[in-house]
Design a protein around this ligand. Structure first.
Ligand SMILES: Cc1cc2nc3c(=O)[nH]c(=O)nc-3n(C[C@H](O)[C@H](O)[C@H](O)COP(=O)(O)OP(=O)(O)OC[C@H]3O[C@@H](n4cnc5c(N)ncnc54)[C@H](O)[C@@H]3O)c2cc1C
Length: 392
């Protein structure tokens, strides 16, 4: 489907145009480190920020798989650009799927499409680490308005975003797991920087820590409890879109390894270098990774409007484990690509360097830690039957 005013260009052409610009600036975004401003100016020009929003609100109603493909293409060019784009779309998905009928949320989505607003996410808080289903700070209702102050230990591109979608405890007397999701636009909040972002990889996401102080109207709280949003949208979209970014990083490394083998063979009278068999392994891992992702994308798309199917234990395990499997396979693919390229891959100044991809992809098992995920599924694994036939 074409974006208004983009002369019939589809998602592939538009994301390819952004990827070209993202790739051009990726090294500098990483080394500075800084927000990938050029790539996001291009994404806005290509009107890629609102594609998930239904057309009656000014978007294009893009299916999940199309958004995942944009993430995959961007991931090959600049990991930070791709991850920022993915995080934004996860938040948009929550608003689209759980904010319909809410005047404030629909108004926000219309503005998002018209002005190509960029949304950040705040779930990590205080000492809570990656436990998304627990919040400390509570929403307060005063003078007909809502107020929230939270120590957000990580908000990627918090300073560059046009809005923040945050989890919060429903009220001062609510349990930590009784959460809501609230959408604030830039005018609604102040950010006081608590911590910088000097990390091994994903440096351009600028995931600094802030004290977030926000105020808005009660309608900015999504009508459904966060528990429901988490299960039906937040987890599936996050795992599928982050996974697509990591798959893109892995594909970028595999392409570099392939270029290295071709280059080495050309300079050795056609004889393949010793690392060539590892290329087959890298490509095989990438194929497996893409298979896991495609399977989960299909499963989610087929169930996404069926709350009962989304809540089923089998589906919840599948979508949760997708994150674990895809991240582990992405790391393995990039490491195998490094072995193909040998010292040329290990060098930071070579055209076949795998350095940046390796640093970036190492964030994938930590971004909601795989150990945390696996331990949360330990009970389910004990209860689920081991298949006895290949037909199941
Ligand atoms: C690139 C990047 C961007 C991010 N952007 C954002 C953002 O925009 N907004 C946001 O809110 N957050 C963001 N985060 C944070 C992310 O969502 C997680 O909160 C964070 O990665 C968890 O960090 P942690 O390792 O400190 O915490 P934990 O998940 O608490 O893990 C800490 C340690 O405890 C271990 N551990 C934890 N639980 C268990 C368990 N049950 N069993 C065994 N071991 C366990 C882990 O192995 C790990 O070693 C970002 C993270 C990254 C890497």
């Amino acid at each position: 489907m074409a974006a208004p005013g983009l002369s019939g260009a589809g998602f592939s052409d538009r994301s390819a145009a952004v990827a070209t610009i993202a790739a051009r600036h990726a090294a500098e975004v990483d080394s500075a480190p800084r927000f990938p401003a050029e790539a996001f100016a291009a994404a806005k020009a290509q009107r890629l920020l609102g594609i998930l929003v239904p057309s009656d609100l000014g978007g294009e109603g893009a299916p999940v798989r199309e958004v995942a493909d944009v993430c995959y293409r961007l991931g090959q060019a600049c990991s930070s650009t791709a991850m920022i784009y993915a995080m934004h779309q996860v938040k948009v998905a929550c608003l689209v799927r759980h904010g319909r009928g809410s005047e404030a949320i629909e108004r926000l989505l219309r503005r998002l499409c018209a002005e190509q607003l960029l949304l950040a996410s705040s779930t990590t808080e205080g000492q809570g680490g990656g436990n998304v289903r627990s919040s400390e700070a509570a929403v307060e209702h005063r003078d007909g308005r809502i107020h929230l102050e939270r120590r957000a230990s990580v908000i990627s591109y918090g300073s560059q975003a046009d809005g923040i979608v945050t989890t919060a405890r429903r009220a001062a007397d609510a349990e930590s797991s009784d959460q809501v999701l609230v959408a604030f636009l830039e005018d609604d909040y102040t950010l006081t920087r608590l911590q910088g972002w000097n990390t091994l990889g994903m440096r351009g996401t600028c995931s600094e820590g802030y004290n977030l102080k926000a105020s808005g109207l009660p309608g900015q709280i999504l009508p459904e409890p966060y528990e429901v949003i988490h299960q039906r949208t937040m987890v599936p979209f996050a795992h599928l879109l982050w996974g697509s970014v990591w798959a893109g990083i892995a594909a970028g490394a595999a392409a570099r390894a392939q270029a290295f083998v071709r280059h080495a063979a050309r300079h050795a009278g056609g004889q393949a270098p010793p690392g060539a068999p590892q290329l087959t392994q890298a490509l095989s891992k990438l194929r497996t990774l893409r298979g896991v992702l495609a399977n989960s994308l299909r499963a989610y798309e087929s169930k996404m409007d069926d709350p009962k199917a989304l809540g089923a234990l089998d589906f919840q395990s599948q979508i949760t484990l997708t994150k674990v499997e895809v991240s582990e396979l992405a790391v393995a693919t990039v490491l195998t690509a490094l072995r193909v390229c040998g010292l040329s891959g290990y060098r930071c100044d070579s055209e076949f360097s795998i350095e940046r991809q390796l640093r970036d992809v190492l964030s994938s098992p930590l971004m909601i830690n795989n150990d945390r995920i696996l331990s949360s599924l330990a009970g389910t694994s004990l209860m689920s039957a081991v298949p006895t036939s290949l037909r199941d």
